[in-house]
Write a protein that binds this ligand. Structure first.
Ligand SMILES: [Zn+2]
Length: 659
């Protein structure tokens, strides 16, 4: 096992992992050696006879665990994007071990005592030092022996449950797929979609990770719609048990750490800081959003000529959109070809804003043939980092879209960032990949995260790039969505894949007008999920939940968001954001999207007020916000960017929620 590629630093450009050399049997030995190495390093730091300094304690900790870090970065990437049976087995074995490993560092009393002795006059060091102190306290460093013992047990069980939850979910996205023998039942779907989903004479429509399946907008057969909707909401029912158990364990864990609920624990180190702040914010939105959705429902039932059911919503929403705005979103698709969207849209916008350029590196490879690698250069031509792009859905990939890092930028290691974006676009059986507008928007969103990683210009890996509070992390990515519909950008990428013709101006006009429609639906489905997450994590310690489905129903009613026709974007059984990871993840954090959107709406206004797309504006956003990562208070960074505190009005206006 000497040739294990994780044992030595990658020799590829930018430290790109040598995916071509990585085999499944490399992971376990690399994890083992990586953990052992880091424990040795930590022991040396804790037992150092010299007085504790920033350099021999905090910086030394930042330098520790290099083999483990390399292994974790690659393994977590592959387990999310190309998870084979072998990878799943390793995940089951290693997840609880990694949790134990993290605990054995953060619950190390000698090490914690040493961290408390460190002082420094340097602002960046002081910020990192405080982060370490808080990390240790929040991990239980101040607790008694016996409480720490219980904490370790809770963390381990949570990690096991999370692995079970996510593996059940991955299986369900194909196991609960809609299967029909008769293509006639799929009437409404495009020919290329029908072709792409044919398998040995039957048709298999895999589930997207959220409740409302995109095909519901197109399927003309009502019974097929009902079946698809019920498969979606009923998938992985075996997950209700583990989810409820996780919520109860998290409540117990929060109590050990001195908080009244997991939600309170969770927001304490976020920009929201208190549960009251989150509840006040969500509370402002619920009433107006439900009222909007009810008005929309009336219009849909009128169009249908009967009282609609949840599986009818998208279908009749499309019909009303057509009738009211003369807009059919399917007409846009031929103008959104994947490669053009990427190069002439996403990359082009970044070029106009920040002066950066991209060059595809066909000589570098990812973990799957579909992964593309781009080298990114700064405005002055100097190298900035690598961007990996994995657009397509596959049975081994988890649902949704996300960004992750393969190498964190840091001056400490003199490393430039390697970041990647994953999307879940259906690969056509043949011909060009044509996107929906939602998919275009998602590509811009995820690239906003990628820019946050690529522009990172900080000393320490712990605070690099997107290592910011999670109720802040969605903000830069949401801002980047604004360029998807910016006229000069759109004109540059939206061209007919056959004729090269630009998208007709009147079609765009109609799209803009129609955008306001269905806001009630999307706000309610989002808020219902946020409030469901919140309810699970406001459980009091010792409170038990026998029936998770009944709990879910009651929680939505209590929050005033229950509406038969619009369910939560994720139900408990497939709410990966909050149950995918045991100890952290987005638990009690799904509110973050709308919380960040306050900053997003403010920033979009700022760009518009200052002339929109252009280098000056881009560079201001980059220098005040994107480049500082988590190396300082992010709300201070926001104030530097915007010139004042955020206000909620731009968000309310955008969502059509102003009284
Ligand atoms: Zn995001």
């Amino acid at each position: 096992m000497i040739d294990n590629p994780f044992f030595t630093p990658s020799e590829l450009p930018y430290g790109l992992p040598p995916f071509g050399q990585v085999r499944e049997e490399h992971y376990l030995p690399a994890f083992e050696r990586g953990m052992a190495e880091q424990l040795r390093e930590v022991r040396e730091i804790a037992d150092d006879p010299e007085p504790a300094t920033f350099a021999n304690t905090i910086e030394a900790l930042e330098r520790s665990g290099r083999i483990l870090k390399r292994t974790v970065m690659v393994f977590s990437t592959v387990s999310a994007s190309d998870s084979t049976d072998g990878i799943r087995e390793i995940e089951t074995l290693i997840s609880p071990r990694l949790t134990q490993h993290a605990d054995s560092i953060r619950l190390d009393r000698a090490l914690y005592a040493r961290i408390k002795q460190v002082t420094t006059d340097d602002a960046e060091e002081a910020w990192l030092l405080e982060k370490y102190r808080v990390d240790f306290v929040r991990a239980g460093a101040d607790l008694s022996e016996s409480d720490q013992e219980r904490l370790r047990e809770l963390n381990e069980e949570l990690t096991r449950l999370a692995t079970t939850f996510s593996q059940n979910l991955l299986t369900a996205s194909t196991a609960s797929a809609l299967v029909v023998e008769d293509a006639g039942l799929l009437d409404g779907l495009s020919e290329s979609t029908i072709k792409a989903i044919e398998k040995d004479g039957s048709y298999v429509l895999a589930l997207f990770n959220h409740t409302n399946q995109p095909a519901l907008a197109e399927l003309t057969d009502r019974e097929t719609r009902r079946r698809l909707y019920e498969l979606s909401t009923g998938r992985a029912p075996e997950n209700f048990g583990p989810a409820a158990r996780m919520a109860m364990l998290r409540a117990e864990r929060a109590a050990l750490l001195g908080y009244p609920s997991h939600a309170a624990y969770s927001v304490a180190d976020q920009t929201a800081k208190t549960t009251d702040a989150v509840e006040e914010m969500l509370g402002k939105l619920v009433g107006p959003a439900v009222a909007n959705a009810r008005r929309e429902a009336e219009a849909l039932s009128e169009e249908a000529g009967f009282p609609i059911e949840p599986w009818d919503w998208s279908f009749y929403a499309e019909r009303v959109r057509k009738a009211r705005y003369d807009f059919d979103s399917a007409e846009l698709r031929p103008y959104f070809e994947l490669d053009r969207v990427l190069r002439d849209g996403v990359f082009h916008a970044a070029g106009e804003l920040y002066g950066i350029t991209f060059s595809e590196r066909d000589d570098l490879e990812g973990y799957h043939p579909d992964v593309r690698v781009f080298e990114v250069f700064d405005a002055d031509g100097s190298p900035l980092g690598l961007f990996l792009f994995d657009a397509y859905a596959r049975p081994t990939k988890r649902g949704g879209a996300w960004m992750n890092n393969l190498v964190d930028q840091s001056h400490l290691f003199d490393e430039r960032p390697v970041v990647m974006n994953n999307l879940n676009i259906t690969k056509p059986a043949e011909g060009p990949t044509l996107l929906t507008f939602d998919e275009v928007n998602t590509a811009f969103h995820e690239f906003g995260h990628a820019l946050h990683g690529l522009f990172s210009d900080v000393r320490f890996p712990r605070v690099s790039g997107t290592a910011v509070p999670r109720d802040f992390v969605e903000y830069p990515s949401q801002v980047n969505e604004m360029w998807a519909t910016w006229p000069s950008i759109l004109a540059n990428f939206a061209r007919h894949h056959e004729t090269g013709e630009p998208v007709p101006a009147e079609l765009l006009e109609k799209m803009r007008a129609a955008e306001k429609f269905n806001q009630g639906f999307s706000t309610v489905e989002y808020l219902a999920a946020a409030l469901l997450d919140w309810a699970w994590h406001k459980l009091a310690p010792g409170e038990t939940v026998e029936d998770a489905e009944a709990f879910e129903k009651a929680a939505l009613e209590r929050a005033g968001i229950a509406f038969d026709l619009v369910g939560p974007r994720y139900r408990t059984n497939y709410f990966a954001h909050i149950f995918f990871s045991g100890v952290s993840g987005y638990s009690a954090g799904y509110y973050s999207y709308i919380w960040s959107e306050v900053l997003d709406a403010e920033s979009v206004d700022w760009f518009r007020e200052n002339g929109g797309l252009g280098r000056g504006n881009g560079d201001h956003f980059r220098s005040t916000l994107l480049s500082v990562g988590g190396s300082r208070d992010v709300m201070d960074a926001f104030r530097d960017f915007r010139g004042r505190d955020p206000r909620i009005e731009p968000l309310l206006k955008r969502r059509g929620l102003l009284a």
